[in-house]
Structures are given as C-alpha cells and as structure tokens.
Design a protein around this ligand. Structure first.
Ligand SMILES: Cc1cc2nc3c(=O)[nH]c(=O)nc-3n(C[C@H](O)[C@H](O)[C@H](O)COP(=O)(O)OP(=O)(O)OC[C@H]3O[C@@H](n4cnc5c(N)ncnc54)[C@H](O)[C@@H]3O)c2cc1C
Length: 547
C-alpha cells in the first residue's frame, strides 16, 4: 500500500465520526452567530471552543467591573426579532454576568450547544489538497475534517502575562483579568497588587479598591480614559429602546465606527475656544463613546486638534485627582487622547484619592521581580495577599499565531504574516482555500457585534453562491490581497493612532518580537467597508476563484 493511499484510507476510517461541512473555532459572539447561519444553510457544523462554555470575552473576562463600553442595546445581536423582544438590557453599559447570561440564552434559544464542543483548544489546521478539506487538530490530539474552516477566535482573546522575572513564583492567588475565576474573589481585608493600567484595569481597580484593605497599582504607561456614565434601564425605558431597535441598528450602519455616535462635521480649531469647550464639556458629561466618536471630525488626524482635546481631558484629570503629583502621573505624555481605544471609567480617577490606594510608576521605580511574597521594585518590596495581572492581549493576530495554520504545500500562515497580516477584505487569505475569518484582521471594527454580523452575513452569502454554482473551493487571488492590504495601509496613514504603540497597532512588549507597529484593522470607515464588500458580492465575486 502506498503512503498516499493509506492517508486517504485513514481519513475515511475516521470520516464517519469526525467529518463536517464546516468547523468553526471559537464560541464567542462570532462563533455563535456563524453556527446559527451555517445551520440555516443545512450544513453539518462543529464548533471547537477552548473554554468550558459559550461567550468568548464574556466567558473569560469575569473581573469585577467588567462591562460594555458600547451601549448595550447597540451591542446585542440584531438578527432575531424574537430575541430582541425577549431580552431586556438592565443597564446602558451591561455588566459581564448579564452579558454571559444573554449569550447563554442565545445558545439555548437556538439550540446551538449540540454542535459545540467545549474544552477543545485547536492547535493546528492543515489543508489537504488531495481531499479538498481542512484537517483540524485539538490539544487532546483528536482530529476533525471539514471542507470549510471559520476562525471566530477573537481579536482580544490571546491574553499575555508580563515579561517580569519570577512571574509564576507568587505564593498567593494570582489572576489574569482575562482568566478570572468563575466564583467571585473576595478582596475583603486583602492587600492587592495590580500590574497594568489598560482598559481592564481601569474597570477593575475602582471595584477592587472598594473592598480591599490596600491596593497598589503598578503603572508602566498611563492611558487616557473618560467617564462611562452608566445607568440602570427600567421597564418603561427598555420598551422605548425596543421600539427603536430598527432605527438604532440602521444608525450604526451609517456611522464610521458602527456605533450610534456620529462625528461632528466641524473642525476643532475652526470654532471659537468657547464653542470647543462647550462641546467637550457636553460630551464628557454624556454616556459612552461620544467624547471619542462624536467629537470634531479632525481629532484623530490633526495633531493640533488632538493636542487641544488632550489638554482638555488632562484638565479634567487634574480636577478629579486631589494629589497633583498623582494626577500628573496619570496623564499620558506619549500619545494623544483617542489615539488608543479609549477606556471608559466609573470613578477611576477618584479611586486614587482613597487612602487605601497607591500608584507606583514603574518608569521611575521599575519592577525587578515577582517574588513569593509580592512585587520587588528598584525601590522596595511590596507584600501582597493577591496579585492581579491586567496585562492585556496579543491583539488581533495573537489567536492566529497560537494555531499552526498551513495551506497547500505546507505554507505557514505565521510566516506569510510575519510582517503583518495580508488579507482580502479581512475575510480571506490567498493560499488558504476555504478559510474564512469572522472579524479577521483588516476588517472594519468599532462596535464589534455589528462588524461580526456583517462578516458572518457576507460569508453566508458567499457560501450560498457557491452552493448554487456547485463550487466546493474558494480562494482569493494575490493581486486582490495586495490591493486590499494597500487600501488598509493607506487608510491608516493619516491617523495619529498609527504613530502610537497599542494592541491595535500590534505592539505588545510582553510578546517576543511584537515591538514593530503593524496595521491590523481597516480604519477607512465602516460605511465604506460595507459598500466595498457589498460591491464584491453583488458583482458575483469576480475577485475570487472558485472550483
Ligand atoms: C473586557 C473587554 C470588554 C470589551 N467590551 C467591548 C464593548 O463594549 N464593545 C465592543 O464592541 N467590544 C468589546 N470588547 C471586544 C470583544 O472581544 C468583542 O465585543 C466580542 O466579544 C468579540 O467576540 P468574538 O466571538 O469575535 O471573540 P471572543 O469573544 O474573543 O471569542 C473568541 C473565542 O475563541 C476561543 N478560541 C480562541 N482560540 C481558540 C483555539 N485555538 N481553540 C479553541 N477556541 C479558541 C476563545 O476561547 C474565545 O472563547 C471587549 C473586550 C474585552 C476583553
């Protein structure tokens, strides 16, 4: 028997149990919706999820204070009238437990769990040209085969620990904000060390400080943040929101960031200082991302405009933090406001007025090591009962790097993307047939579920087209990948955010080799993205090759 024959025979042996029309990796918002749509096409689908339940971000990130910064009612799925009728948001910026409950409800309501396999981390996905299918390997060593492979692995799912000597050596409980225990952690009477001051830390610190005996925050770089202004939603208000769903989703489809917020067409320095100040005061006092997304049209591209806005926000921090030295430490100097995704906060700055909270600037006194007892800086050793790593994610491509994707001829995705992702519309990769990315790199993002629904619907339509034409294999062509990648790079050129290190530009000093900025998303405007993707579909996918 030749080896080629035995390979096919082996495959057929397992085929009865482990062959699917499609495999989806991930059971967050993306994976849940992709499964729902593929099932409607009558496909036999398997979802592999590393966690023990659905929810993705809302399954993993259970730290105190975790909640939306999107308006809840603009974040939920829009595809089911019944679901919209059934689910009541209780807060304008819904907390993690409610979000997880919501996603569990979706999984149950549409009976999705029976096609999901939890505790199943995918480690490899190799294309077999002979069989025209993907062979997916799990951490357990199990394999499964499918004609189509969908990545729904999240842009913020590959969490990272800090690169500090002794990071595993702390004797007490240590938690990463993205791997939080499933039962609440009681901080009463505890001395707590928190490393990191990104979006998760900014949500968690005020909540933990209310309970703990002492909190020491280790800050490498401060982040700009603005007030969330969360509020409860009563029954009557929820009914009113429900009656406006169509209008809300239509609005999100018309804004650059898929949020309800639309930029102010005026330019910052065109208006009088009084008018400018009035708009900023208004936006700072309003809930949500208005201060970022409904601001003057040039704050993300004009250095002078951005500096003026940053000075306004710095003034607010100085007003809110009593100790001027602490306030200055909390004001970023290396990037302007809104050039990184803006964390929204509830009492974050006032937390530093508390007697039980201390801010340690690790630029002044670097952390030398995590010790069994706590954290040693160049100045002293801090003793803790609990240590928290709020050190974020290897954004966008991190979850891809953790899977060994290989196309025909064994081409490795990791090598292909060594200098940054190259995609067609953020949905396909040349040389990787039948691999479709939900919310892949180079898609437009912002209010993420809106982008996810768009991605899933575009891909479902593509599959329907293939079925109608009897095709079993789809690929994009290198010239179209080159063209889209150029469009993505060009859209990023004029943005101030492109000159700033952040997860959005692919920099994470806790990850080997992640010190060079890359363009990871399409920043050209959600509306343009919708138009472009619709043109491709309406035109019969001329940019794709089918067999
Ligand atoms: C704390 C926090 C707050 C956020 N708030 C907002 C917000 O308010 N608004 C907003 O628009 N966005 C927000 N986001 C972004 C958020 O990630 C998205 O809104 C959304 O949840 C993404 O869904 P997803 O399904 O694409 O990815 P995820 O929710 O990340 O799900 C991906 C899933 O894939 C699984 N997975 C990954 N790799 C593998 C593998 N190799 N094998 C098996 N399974 C794998 C993961 O375990 C995970 O469950 C927030 C993110 C964080 C971390």
């Amino acid at each position: 028997m030749t080896s080629a024959v035995s390979t096919v025979a082996d495959r057929q042996l397992t085929a009865a149990v482990r062959t699917y029309d499609a495999i989806i990796i991930g059971a967050g918002i993306s994976g849940i919706y992709q499964l729902y749509r593929l099932r409607q096409l009558g496909m036999k689908v398997r979802v592999f999820e590393a966690g023990s339940g659905v929810g993705g971000t809302w399954y993993w990130c259970r730290y105190p204070g975790a909640r939306f910064d999107s308006e809840s009612w603009s974040y939920g799925y829009s595809f089911s009238e019944e679901l919209l009728k059934e689910w009541d948001w209780k807060e304008h910026f819904s907390p993690q437990p409610d979000n997880l409950e919501y996603l569990n409800l979706v999984a149950d309501k549409f009976d999705l769990r029976r096609d999901m396999q939890f505790g199943s981390r995918v480690t490899a996905a190799h294309w077999s040209d002979a069989a025209n299918e993907w062979i997916v390997t799990l951490e357990s060593g199990e394999t499964a085969h499918a004609r189509f492979l969908f990545t729904a692995i999240g842009i913020l799912s590959a969490y990272t620990l800090p690169r500090i000597p002794g990071v595993e050596s702390f004797d007490g409980p240590a938690y990463h904000t993205a791997r939080w225990p499933h039962t609440p952690v009681d901080f009463t009477g505890k001395r707590v060390g928190i490393i990191g001051t990104g979006a998760s830390a900014i949500q968690a610190i005020p909540e933990i400080a209310k309970q703990a005996q002492q909190v020491v925050v280790f800050q490498r770089r401060p982040n700009w943040a603005a007030p969330l202004h969360n509020a409860k939603i009563g029954k009557a208000e929820m009914e009113q929101i429900r009656s406006r769903y169509a209008e809300i989703f239509a609005r999100c489809a018309q804004t650059p960031g898929w949020f309800i917020h639309q930029p102010d067409a005026r330019k910052t320095l065109e208006v009088s200082p009084e008018e400018r100040e009035a708009l900023w005061e208004k936006l700072y006092a309003e809930p949500g991302f208005g201060i970022w997304m409904a601001n003057f049209s040039d704050i993300l591209v004009d250095e002078k405009a951005n500096t003026a806005l940053s000075e306004f926000i710095a003034k607010k921090i100085r007003q809110r933090v009593k100790d001027p030295k602490v306030a200055e430490k909390l004001i970023p100097r290396d990037h302007g406001f809104a050039t990184r995704r803006v964390p929204l906060e509830t009492g974050y700055f006032e937390t530093y007025n508390r007697d039980n909270v201390l801010l340690v600037d690790v630029k002044e006194t670097p952390i030398e090591a995590i010790t069994p007892g706590g954290v040693r800086t160049s100045e002293k050793e801090y003793e803790f009962d609990v240590l928290i790593y709020a050190t974020g994610f290897d954004g966008v491509t991190g979850a891809f790097d953790r899977i060994d994707f290989r196309g025909p001829g064994g081409v490795r995705l990791r090598d292909l993307w060594a200098d940054g992702p190259r995609t067609y519309l953020g949905q396909l990769i040349d040389g990787f047939p039948n691999l479709l990315m939900v919310l892949g790199p180079h898609t437009a993002r912002g209010n993420i579920p809106r982008a996810i629904e768009h991605s899933v619907e575009w891909q479902t339509r593509l599959l329907r087209f293939m079925r109608e034409h009897g095709y079993t294999r789809v690929e994009t062509r290198p010239e179209h990948v080159a063209e889209w990648t150029q469009t993505v790079l060009k859209a990023a050129e004029r943005l101030l955010s492109s000159k700033v290190d952040s997860w959005q530009t692919g920099v994470n000093r806790n990850v080997e080799g992640r010190t060079v900025r890359r363009v990871l998303g399409y920043n050209g405007n959600g509306v343009h993205y919708r138009r472009k993707t619709a043109e491709v579909a309406d035109g019969g996918y001329k940019e794709l090759t089918f067999r």
